[in-house]
Design a protein around this ligand. Structure first.
Ligand code: SAM
Length: 246
């Protein structure tokens, strides 16, 4: 039997070459449904840590585009520091980062809105989040930010909040900048909002990087790390804070 890291690397390369994921958000070999089954069978219901451990364990042989443990710890720390009441994630996939983010909430009423374009991924994520016991802290909306922006506004209104406190960008890299600008132009983000952008190193989001480097309203710290579950690919997570006075 081949060593685990070789099997995982082959699985990663296959996922990178998958045409299906461009259209469906899934790799095309059923791995996302298999992850759901694995999580259900091997983790304790109502226990987010157990769910994350099960997902990470399954990702040792089959590669997944979950944020993973190393970058996940950076996301956890940013959530804890900001202590959000309303958080937004773009790109739910199977719900791994949604479980991480919502399990870090310190306020009982906090909510994560997670937007996922792919209908099957949104369904899988809802089931994994439910298994983790976090359905009341995490609302998965199927679609894109453009299509669901009114729902985001309605939720903020219910919370009597002007701005989203925390945003995690982890969807199609070519939409990082336009979706950031949509949030900004709609005044859904503002002073105090923390924006975490995954995959700024690989596969990268050059337009958003360029914007971050010149944006007067943002103060950005970048964290060098490796790609989820693949130690030979370098990645960067950017953590930006929206400054006051803009
Ligand atoms: C890298 S995965 C997200 C991983 C997830 N955040 C995690 O760490 O568990 C990217 C996801 O974004 C979804 N996606 C792609 N374009 C999108 C868009 N414009 N809006 C929302 N989701 C999108 C894909 O279907 C895919 O499920």
């Amino acid at each position: 039997m081949l060593p685990e890291h070789i099997v995982r690397s082959i699985s990663f390369v296959r996922a990178m070459c998958s045409l299906s994921s461009w259209f469906t958000g899934q790799v095309g070999d059923g791995r996302e449904n298999a992850l759901l089954e694995h999580v259900r069978q091997t983790s304790a219901k109502g226990d987010p840590q157990s769910v994350l451990q099960a997902a990470d364990a399954y990702s040792q042989r089959t590669w997944f585009m979950n944020v993973g443990n190393e970058k996940g710890a950076l996301v956890d720390a940013a959530v804890r520091d900001r202590n959000p009441k309303v958080a937004l994630e773009l790109g739910t996939y199977c719900g791994y980062s949604a479980v991480r983010i919502s399990s870090q909430f310190q306020q009982p009423e906090s909510l994560l809105i997670s937007i996922e374009k792919s209908p099957p991924n949104a369904e899988i994520a809802k089931q994994i989040i439910d298994h983790a016991g976090l359905s009341s802290k995490c609302e998965v909306l199927q679609g894109t930010l453009t299509k669901r922006v009114q729902d985001v506004k309605d939720i903020l209104k219910k919370f009597d909040q002007q701005f989203i406190d925390f945003v995690f960008l982890d969807h199609a890299k070519e939409f990082y900048l336009s979706d950031y600008l949509l949030l900004k132009n709609e005044h859904l983000i503002g002073p105090g909002t923390v924006i975490v952008a995954d995959n700024m190193g690989f596969p990268g989001s050059p337009k958003f990087w360029k914007y971050l480097k010149n944006a007067e309203e943002l103060e950005t710290v970048s964290h060098k790390c490796t790609l989820e579950y693949i130690s030979w690919v370098r990645d960067t997570v950017a953590v930006s804070t929206y400054k006051s006075g803009f």
